[in-house]
Ligand binder design. Structure first.
Ligand SMILES: Nc1ncnc2c1ncn2[C@@H]1O[C@H](COP(=O)(O)OP(=O)(O)OP(=O)(O)O)[C@@H](O)[C@H]1O
Ligand SMILES: [Mg+2]
Length: 603
């Protein structure tokens, strides 16, 4: 297994600067936390360890055969021992091939399995997080944790330790053989090798610092690119293209500088190391020839000695960088752990109750919720009951808590006080999946997934028949434009459905809710962002969708709101008025005020 593979993953990950550092975790804690991912593969891991321990033995034996070849065949010029030497050579070569094959294949297999298991777990964990979790984080950073940092963990738990065992074995064995061949000569080596190790170590620390800086910078560059590209329309509208490109260029300059300083170090490192190696070899030759004159060393012995010595440098060097790399890999592990250790804000209770189909009686009882860090509650003692077949319109100024109320119904988060109930059961006592099966959401902005129109409509019921999908699309007034698409229902929608207009997207979203067929319906400003004509066109589909369900619809479209069974007016997290359009007008309160002011607002 190569050292490079062990740590190359961590190089590509994002970190520093734009993204906050993860909390520190002691090395032992990291090992303990990730060991379970390696545990199922223990037998194979043992086999890999065996292979990497046998490999140096085979190498050492081959070099020893070379010594015998020189001393017993070449110098005396006899052919006799050649036959068994040749047979042993061939045998060892085959053995070394087998060991190398096992080591390479098993190493890759183990590392790959480990990473895949961990990555999938991490992804699964991320999928269970509530929307608030993602609001506070950069997607690019999470992707980096899923990819590069998982690779770093693998280096830490598997390939790193395996490499360490392989190196240690080689160092001990070869050093022992040096002493066995000639201890006086071994003393000379005992000066060279540590000197070499020290130089290699100090260089590698600096090279690492440079590449860490480069990695951090390229993390920010990725973040900038991601932001700049996804918000390109905004950037152009604000005429910020030049400024964005300048920032991009500056980060690129910094990367280049870090890269060049790394290259300079590496370029110096080669000659410095060569110098030590050559000086060491010359010293060994000097002392070695003296020892030969004294009859304490054969020609083959000296050659074997020099070979062992040169082969000792690499494991010593790589041992040093393994140690430095340890902390480096630990940083990646900490970033993975930070996510894994964040429990989803909302989970099933162990004794959560199943619920097949609800009647659809929604009841909020004195619900209060304050977002973490917010000064005042977003919902403050809200009580609201909605019965099946009833359509309730939520109106209120921006920030009055309408979306928050809806998030509670889907349990994207839980109330601090009070309770949200469905058919009289606290939603916290229900299984999340059952709750969400019974509550369909149409959000302000429709998110379309990569897939066909039909797949997008049948999101909640992937096995829905084509008839059912089409019926839903007709009811949602979407069939017409879908049929006009190049491949109708089979047309692939790009991510976010950029090819559809806002109103078309909303109609797909309504069709989606129709297919879901939940008894409770939550619509968060389904017509915001649409022009008056498109909004008007949604009214009939929305009415068809709400029919027969308990529907809660936040809307600024007062023409639509007036037709609701009940209108609930919110302000600063409280319900301040409720009743029918007529009743509220008669009250001459806030709703009447809103109604009088309608149309004077642009758009
Ligand atoms: N994720 C969040 N973290 C902290 N505070 C939040 C968060 N989301 C909303 N808030 C705050 O909670 C309050 C209610 O917000 P909410 O989104 O529910 O209002 P809204 O009535 O839906 O407004 P709009 O009409 O603009 O959609 C606001 O003061 C808002 O700033
Ligand atoms: Mg809102």
């Amino acid at each position: 297994m190569s050292l490079r593979r062990a740590f190359v993953g961590s190089l590509s990950s994002d970190g520093g600067g734009v993204v906050a550092e993860a909390p520190r975790v002691p090395l032992r804690g990291i090992a303990r936390r990730f060991w379970p991912y390696a545990r199922p593969y223990r037998p194979l891991l043992a086999l890999t360890l065996l292979a990497v321990m046998v490999a140096p033995v085979v190498d050492a034996a081959q070099i020893w055969l070379f010594k015998l070849l020189v001393d017993d065949v070449v110098i005396p010029r006899t052919l006799e021992p050649l036959w068994w030497l040749a047979a042993a050579y061939l045998g060892l070569t085959v053995a070394s091939g087998v060991v190398g094959y096992v080591d390479d294949l098993l190493g890759d297999w183990l590392g790959g399995r480990f990473s895949l298991d961990l990555r999938t777990d991490l992804f699964r964990h991320l999928q269970r997080q509530s929307p608030a979790f993602f609001e506070g984080r950069r997607t690019g950073d999470l992707v980096a944790r899923l990819t590069g940092d998982v690779g770093a963990v693998e280096g830490f738990v598997l390939s790193g330790p395996v490499d360490a065992v392989a190196n240690l074995m080689r160092i001990l064995l070869f050093a022992g053989l040096l002493a066995y061949l000639n201890w006086r000569l071994a003393l000379v080596a005992a000066v060279t090798v540590p000197l070499f190790g020290w130089v290699a170590q100090s260089f590698s620390a600096r090279i690492r610092a440079a590449s860490r800086e480069r990695r951090r910078r390229s993390g920010s560059m990725t973040a900038l690119a991601e932001e700049g590209l996804s918000a390109v329309a905004l950037v152009q509208a604000a005429r910020r293209e030049g400024g964005e490109a300048d920032r991009f260029h500056r980060e690129g300059e910094a990367i280049l500088r870090a890269q060049l300083s790394g290259t300079r170090l590496r370029a110096l490192y080669g000659p410095a190391v060569d110098l030590i190696e050559v000086a060491g070899a010359l010293a060994v030759v000097l002392v070695g020839v003296w020892e030969m004159q004294q009859g304490r060393l054969s020609v083959g012995g000296l050659l074997a000695f020099m070979t062992y010595l040169t082969q000792l440098f690499e494991p010593v060097r790589s041992m040093g960088s393994l140690l430095t790399g340890l902390h480096y890999a630990a940083a990646g592990a900490e970033r993975v752990l930070e996510v894994l250790d964040t429990p989803p804000a909302v989970t099933d209770r162990p004794d959560a109750r199943p619920m097949s189909r609800a009647r659809g009686v929604v009841d909020l009882r004195d619900v209060t919720l304050r977002y973490p860090g917010a000064l005042r509650p977003a919902l403050d003692g809200v009580s609201l009951r909605v019965d099946p077949g009833e359509t309730v319109a939520l109106v209120g100024a921006s920030g009055s808590g309408k979306s928050t109320l809806m998030r509670l119904l889907l349990r994207y988060m839980d109330a601090d006080h009070g309770a949200v109930t469905l058919d009289g059961t606290d939603v916290r006592d229900l299984r999340l999946h059952d709750l969400r099966r019974n509550v369909a959401l149409v959000a302000q902005e429709t998110v379309l997934l990569d897939g066909t129109v039909a797949q997008n409509i049948a999101l909640a019921h992937p096995n829905a028949s084509r008839e059912r999908i089409e019926a839903a699309a007709r009811a949602a007034d979407a069939h017409g434009f879908i049929a006009a698409l190049p491949e109708g229902y089979g047309t692939a929608l790009g991510q976010r459905g950029a090819r559809l207009s806002g109103g078309q997207r909303q109609r797909i979203s309504i069709a989606r809710a129709l297919v879901a067929g939940a008894p409770v319906l939550v619509l968060d400003e389904p017509t915001t962002g649409l022009d008056a004509a498109a909004a008007a066109r949604l009214r009939a589909p929305l009415r068809r969708l709400a029919a027969g369900r308990a529907a809660i619809i936040a809307s600024h479209d007062l023409e639509w709101v007036r037709t609701a069974d009940r209108i609930v007016v919110m302000d600063a997290g409280r319900i301040v008025e409720q009743g029918t359009h007529e009743a509220l007008l008669a009250r001459a309160g806030r709703y009447a005020h809103l109604w009088a002011a309608r149309g004077t607002e642009a758009g």
